[in-house]
Design a protein around this ligand. Structure first.
Ligand SMILES: N=c1c2ncn([C@@H]3O[C@H](COP(=O)(O)OP(=O)(O)OP(=O)(O)O)[C@@H](O)[C@H]3O)c2ncn1[C@@H]1O[C@H](COP(=O)(O)O)[C@@H](O)[C@H]1O
Length: 95
């Protein structure tokens, strides 16, 4: 399995950032003046939900919350004018 899905998701997020379509939750995070706080709050909430799912050994919920975290993390990277290459470079340095 490759991480193409992450590249595709990040490209969609970048598109929402640029075009700000009205019906998009992602675009609303970039459009709203409190969007950054909303993303940070989501990351906090979902981290707690992930801990609870892990404690319950609930694999389906662990996958769900992990996906929520990864999505909001990618939105945060885009907000900071960063991208997946920054993440890959950081991880690669640790090998
Ligand atoms: N991956 C996601 C994604 N993950 C989470 N979310 C949204 O994040 C919001 C907040 O999540 P919450 O955890 O609060 O909501 P929840 O899942 O009901 O709550 P829990 O089940 O976690 O308790 C919800 O509205 C979700 O729909 C996402 N919204 C969009 N995407 C991707 O972004 C693309 C663009 O979507 P638009 O935002 O519609 O343009 C989509 O095609 C998806 O690939």
């Amino acid at each position: 399995m490759t991480d193409d899905v992450l590249d595709e998701l990040f490209a969609v997020i970048e598109d929402r950032k640029e075009n700000l379509p009205e019906d998009s939750y992602t675009a609303s995070l970039f459009d709203h003046e409190k969007g950054e706080n909303a993303v940070l709050e989501k990351l906090g909430e979902e981290s707690t939900e992930l801990l609870l799912a892990a404690k319950d050994d609930d694999r389906e919920e662990i996958a769900h919350e992990s996906a929520d975290i990864v999505y909001h993390l990618l939105v945060l990277l885009a907000m900071k004018d960063m991208d997946l290459e920054d993440l890959r470079a950081e991880l690669a340095e640790r090998r």
